[in-house]
Design a binder for this molecule. Structure first.
Ligand SMILES: [Ca+2]
Ligand SMILES: [Ca+2]
Length: 197
């Protein structure tokens, strides 16, 4: 429908199995929908983003008015507005699963501007001592506040970071960008950023 003008598969000539590639993105978008529907009522709306923002800030003990809290809240609103403006044709402020999937294909084409800021802000929240690294415990705190079971969040960290190590912002941003846009089955750690699909 509306994303017909984007030829997402055109740039993936190195990969094979065209039908399966779309299926992987759809699986990931389905996962995101379930997480973003924070109140579980089957649609995504602004209240979900408020709820999720509150949970994440509480998990790391950050105030909404503090710099990192504000960065995160602002990034959440950027993300929400991009979805709403892309998906919500009838303007009722609610996005169902089908609308979400189509909108996310479009919004993901502008990852750096519309989605990236949320992950950078999330990283800054988790990096409590501002040394540019996030340890397992803080990663799990943030990702589980988003709705991922703790065991899956821990496994996601272990796949992304090196053994016994910490996560860098570049590692997280690469994983996030691949989660939204990448369909190479080899990039398992990125695809499982939010746990099992
Ligand atoms: Ca909802
Ligand atoms: Ca740190």
């Amino acid at each position: 429908m509306r994303f017909g003008k984007y030829s997402r598969r055109g740039g993936l000539s190195a990969l094979e199995g065209g039908d399966r590639m779309g299926a992987l993105l759809d699986q990931k978008y389905e996962k995101l929908f379930a997480l973003l529907d924070a109140n579980g009522d089957g649609v995504i709306a602004e209240d979900d983003f408020e709820l999720m923002g509150g949970r994440v800030l509480a998990a790391v003990g950050e105030e909404r008015a503090a710099a990192k809290g504000k960065e995160y809240a602002d990034a959440l609103m950027t993300y929400w507005r991009a979805l709403r403006e892309t998906a919500d044709a009838d303007g009722d402020g609610r996005i169902d699963k089908g609308e979400f999937r189509q909108a996310l294909h479009q919004v993901s084409d502008h990852f750096d501007m519309l989605i990236g800021p949320l992950y950078r802000a999330g990283f800054h929240l988790a990096d409590r001592d501002d040394d540019g690294l996030v340890g397992r415990e803080d990663f799990v705190a943030v990702i589980s506040a988003v709705g991922v079971p703790e065991a899956e969040a821990g496994a996601a960290f272990d796949r992304l970071a090196e053994e016994g190590g910490q996560l860098t912002k570049d590692q997280l941003m690469t994983a996030a960008a691949q989660f939204y846009r990448d369909e190479d089955p080899a990039n398992t750690a990125s695809h499982l950023l939010f746990g099992a699909l």
